[in-house]
Design a protein around this ligand. Structure first.
Ligand SMILES: Cc1ncc(COP(=O)(O)O)c(C=O)c1O
Length: 437
């Protein structure tokens, strides 16, 4: 029997609002017509779709989770062993304690750790802790930090407040109006904006991502460190996407940020759900006074997977391999785009490099979709962002770049001749209502 991913997705939209649990896995974000959408098996950097077609993942790698590749043997082995021993009981998992000890030996600024499953959930815990410890009214932040009320409430005063932070025009529907002006956003790397917010409000916590397209600049990092120290502000560094890619731990070490709390997620469990809030006792201790607790945070799969990931990072220096491959990919994207006279910029970030076309918004969206469509025809799951994993290697990346070159040549010819060759509808990147088509 041949599966129709489009049919299944359309039916899924009827029974699961939004079709699934994560915006970033919607087919509309990549290729509205023709995207494989569902997988039957994933191993290394390879994915098999429902019809058993082999696809090479040169894009999101499980949305940044699978830093060691899909179904990594070492991680799976440890997890399977833990499943066989029972992943839950009335008593605690010893691995929760072991993982806390292990992380504290890496993040030496910190004294205490708490674990959750999701990254946004971990951020929510950190915000509660910071508010409880400091009687914080206003949180200043830049970047994307999940779906929770504290974050979305930034859009209560204007639906555009989050527009520079990954997702545009997010409606704060269902978020209590009483949270208005309690979370205030500033642009990535813009210390002047943060300064202005702090003059008008009593800020007690600042949340930043250390990198996204670019890294935080030295200047911003120095000013932010000084500002937080001088004003006794809790500095929360969100490493949900950046952690366990360029360092054993977080990118904060590489760029000199001095956090009070660091949040890990995604890569920490290589796809198994585990996130960590790692911080100074001064703040973390407040978690004893405010009520934070969940049964789902105590099952042992997440702890075991994270222990195996950390072991692999230490054993194989995974971060070095990933950043080197990332540098190579970026250099070649640039070279190929110049060869075909296509205008694009590449990210400063090495371990999950991305490129952006620099035409009009509608032309850019058309080109991203066309790129994905043409790469899919050549057997790739590809987009303008590439989360490199340790399962990738120079050989597979060279083959990918050869096909990338071929695809860019086709795109360039079609642009020069003003011919629209895209078969699918153009992708829809931002959050919107889905209706079955
Ligand atoms: C920096 C950052 N923080 C928080 C989150 C939310 O994590 P999750 O989707 O696991 O809730 C993400 C997810 O992409 C993220 O990139």
């Amino acid at each position: 029997m041949k599966f129709s991913p489009k049919k299944i997705w359309n039916d899924s939209i009827k029974i699961i609002p939004g079709g699934n649990g994560l915006l970033t896995k919607r087919p509309e974000r990549f290729l509205p017509d023709g995207w494989p959408t569902y997988y039957s098996k994933a191993k290394g950097y390879k994915i098999w779709d429902l019809n058993n077609n082999l696809l090479l993942d040169m894009s999101l790698m499980g949305v940044g989770t699978s830093v060691l590749g899909y179904s990594n043997e070492k991680v799976d082995k440890k997890v399977i062993k833990s499943i066989k021993k029972g992943i839950n009981s009335t008593l605690n998992s010893f691995e929760e304690y072991k993982l806390a000890k292990k992380i504290l030996s890496i993040d030496t600024f910190a004294d205490q750790v708490k674990f959750t499953r999701g990254g946004g959930e971990a951020l929510s815990v950190a915000i509660r802790i910071a508010r409880a410890a400091t009687d914080t009214k206003v949180i200043a932040f830049s970047g994307y930090h999940g779906w929770h009320d504290w974050y979305l409430s930034a859009n209560l005063s204007s639906i555009k407040n989050l527009n520079n932070h990954l997702l545009k025009n997010l409606k704060p529907l269902g978020v209590p109006k009483g949270l208005k002006n309690l979370s205030v956003s500033f642009e990535f790397n813009n210390f002047d904006q943060l300064s202005k917010i702090s003059k008008k409000n009593h800020i007690s916590a600042v949340v930043v991502e250390p990198a996204r397209f670019n890294y935080l600049t030295k200047d911003f990092v120095n000013k932010l460190n000084k500002f937080c120290k001088k004003n006794n502000v809790c500095l929360i560094v969100d490493e949900v996407t950046t952690g366990w890619r360029e360092n054993i731990g977080g990118i904060y070490k590489k760029i000199g940020l001095k956090p009070d709390i660091v949040i890990y997620g995604k890569a920490l469990g290589n796809g198994y759900a585990i996130s960590a809030i790692v911080g100074k006792k001064k703040y973390m201790d407040a978690a004893q006074d405010t009520f934070i607790s969940s049964v789902a945070w105590t099952e042992s799969i997440g702890f075991n997977s994270a222990l195996a990931v950390i072991e692999e990072f230490k054993r194989k220096k995974i971060h070095k391999k990933i950043t080197n491959l990332g540098k190579y990919v970026k250099k070649n994207w640039k070279k190929i785009s110049e060869k075909h006279s296509l205008n694009l910029i590449t990210s400063e970030v090495d371990s999950f490099p991305s490129f952006n076309f620099t035409y009009s918004k509608s032309k850019n969206e058309y080109l991203y979709t066309l790129f994905t469509e043409l790469m899919l025809e050549r057997g790739y799951v590809a987009s303008n962002i590439f989360f490199i994993s340790s399962a990738h290697n120079l050989k597979c990346i060279k083959k990918y770049l050869k096909d990338f070159d071929d695809v860019f040549s086709k795109i360039s010819i079609s642009l020069k001749s003003n011919k629209k060759i895209l078969k699918s509808k153009v992708r829809v990147y931002n959050y919107n209502r889905l209706t079955p088509s």
